[in-house]
Write a protein that binds this ligand. Structure first.
Ligand code: AMP
Length: 122
């Protein structure tokens, strides 16, 4: 699978469509999810053409991987959810229901989130 430069997060990174920005640095951009699944629902994306965690961890330079992961922790801090707790999710590939083919880490917080998945697997 090749990276689709017309995916919506690529357009946000290029400034072609707006986002509700939380944080930005040389490695990452964070913004509020347009369809929040919790009182706090942020997305953190790396600056680079990476489809998924698999693509990113195989192909991104170490400095970008480190910078991106630091941004996830910083965004949680900046949102004030670190002490109460939060959940990070990175969907990757069809079984995960990944909708946008640019790596993103969801930060979900703001209330007790319950079990990791809402139904046991069958
Ligand atoms: P995933 O299913 O893991 O690929 O998640 C994609 C997420 O992107 C969903 O939670 C969407 O609500 C969110 N999303 C899609 N378009 C936008 C947008 N323009 N701005 C912010 N969040 C978006």
């Amino acid at each position: 699978m090749t990276y689709d430069p017309e995916n919506i997060f690529a357009k946000i990174l290029r400034g072609e469509i707006p986002c509700n920005k939380i944080y930005e640095d040389e490695f990452s951009l964070a913004f509020h999810d347009i369809n929040p699944q919790a009182p706090v629902h942020a997305l953190v994306i790396p600056k680079g053409e990476y489809i998924s965690m698999a693509d990113f961890t195989r192909n991104a330079p170490a400095e970008l991987i480190a910078g991106f992961m630091r941004a996830v922790g910083k965004v949680a801090d900046d949102l004030g959810v670190t002490d109460a707790g939060y959940r990070t999710i990175a969907n990757a590939g069809p079984n995960s229901h990944q909708e946008v083919p640019h790596l993103h880490i969801h930060i979900l917080a703001g209330r007790p989130l319950g079990p990791m998945l809402d139904k046991a697997f069958a």
